[in-house]
Write a protein that binds this ligand. Structure first.
Ligand SMILES: NC(=O)c1ccc[n+]([C@@H]2O[C@H](COP(=O)([O-])OP(=O)(O)OC[C@H]3O[C@@H](n4cnc5c(N)ncnc54)[C@H](OP(=O)(O)O)[C@@H]3O)[C@@H](O)[C@H]2O)c1
Length: 309
């Protein structure tokens, strides 16, 4: 674990002065650490999340850690498209050019619920809210002439595919594991299709698995959920020809945030988008359902339609 790079080590020698990086879910965990690292490299970090007090505290922490850091905060609740649209307007007022949009906010294994717009809570928060935010910020990303869209997914995408006929669990019994997997599959498919559609505008997109990181994400998990997750990890490892007892090897956020920060800054990735990243490298550990270009295109069209309603 000690050989893993930290997010701060990833930005060592990188100069982001004059760049603006927008990070959702920046008030805790991986988003907070990513914001500190990007600020340390000189970027103006725009921190977006729904809890204004937590955002203010995060901005103060970053300025204490990185003297002279430039921070802005934006209220964003991904469970309401009206809030997403208001946040996009505020972000545009803060910065006319966005060099990095990091779609990091997320929820995991929530009990069944719906967003304000009727989406199932996990795919609504993790995918549809971010899809709409990204769509609204494309002109600002294009203005950077070399922007990156970094989308947090998870190895948990293997737990479920997006059912394009029933993305919001209207006709099936809800399964919180499969629903999280579907939302994280949607994140990868979003990166695949965004990269295809937007690369001519100078925007490249990346999906990231950060590893298993000690954050607040597990707040909805019971001990039996942890057992079930360990079984899934063991079965998934076996499917890839690896042996595992399903032990969850947690890292701390300062290391867990390394790959998403690498996605945002690494020169190695400048001409290689639409890929899935893990351990600061391109990874092939993507389930077939999450790398299907046709599926990605169909999800994009469905997302446009559902977010427009
Ligand atoms: N930790 C891991 O092991 C792991 C593994 C694989 C993938 N990931 C992915 O990494 C990303 C970051 O997770 P994390 O581990 O850093 O979790 P975290 O500490 O729980 O942070 C999640 C962030 O998302 C925000 N958020 C949640 N719902 C939101 C909403 N409706 N609108 C706006 N912001 C919202 C949270 O703010 P509130 O405080 O307001 O809820 C928080 O700032 C997620 O996309 C997750 O799926 C994490």
């Amino acid at each position: 674990m000690s050989q893993r790079r930290s997010a701060l080590q990833v930005v060592d020698g990188i100069d982001l002065s004059g760049n603006a990086c927008v990070i959702t879910g920046a008030s805790s965990g991986l988003g907070r650490e990513s914001a500190r690292a990007l600020a340390a490299a000189g970027a103006h970090v725009v921190l977006a999340a729904r809890n204004q007090d937590a955002l203010t505290q995060t901005a103060e922490w970053i300025r204490a850690e990185v003297p002279g850091a430039r921070t802005s905060t934006v209220h964003l609740d991904l469970t309401a498209l009206a809030s997403v649209r208001a946040a996009a307007t505020t972000i545009r007022d803060i910065t006319p050019v966005i060099h990095v949009l990091m779609n990091n906010a997320g929820v995991m294994f929530t009990p069944f619920g719906r967003t304000r717009d009727g989406f199932e809570l996990q795919i609504g928060t993790n995918h549809f809210g971010h899809f709409e935010l990204t769509r609204l910020l494309v002109p600002q990303l294009a203005a950077a002439d070399g922007a990156r869209l970094v989308i947090l997914s998870s190895g948990g995408h293997a737990m479920g595919d997006v059912d394009l006929g029933d993305p919001n669990w209207e006709n099936r019994e809800y399964d919180k594991f499969v629903a999280y997997g579907a939302s994280k599959t949607a994140n990868i498919l979003h990166a695949v299709e965004a990269d295809r559609r937007l690369r001519d505008a100078g925007i490249r997109a990346y999906a990231v698995h950060p590893g298993t990181v000690a954050t607040s994400l597990a707040r909805y998990m019971s001990s039996s959920d942890f057992s079930q997750l360990r079984k899934f990890v063991a079965a998934n490892s076996a499917a890839h020809g690896e042996e595992s007892d399903g032990f969850l090897d947690f890292v701390m956020p300062e290391h867990g945030a390394a790959t998403q920060v690498w996605a945002a800054v690494s020169p190695e990735l400048a001409h290689n988008g639409g890929v899935y990243l893990e351990d600061c490298a391109v990874s092939q550990a993507v389930a077939p359902h999450a790398r299907d270009a046709q599926h990605a295109a169909e999800l994009w069209m469905l997302s446009e339609k559902l977010c427009a309603q």
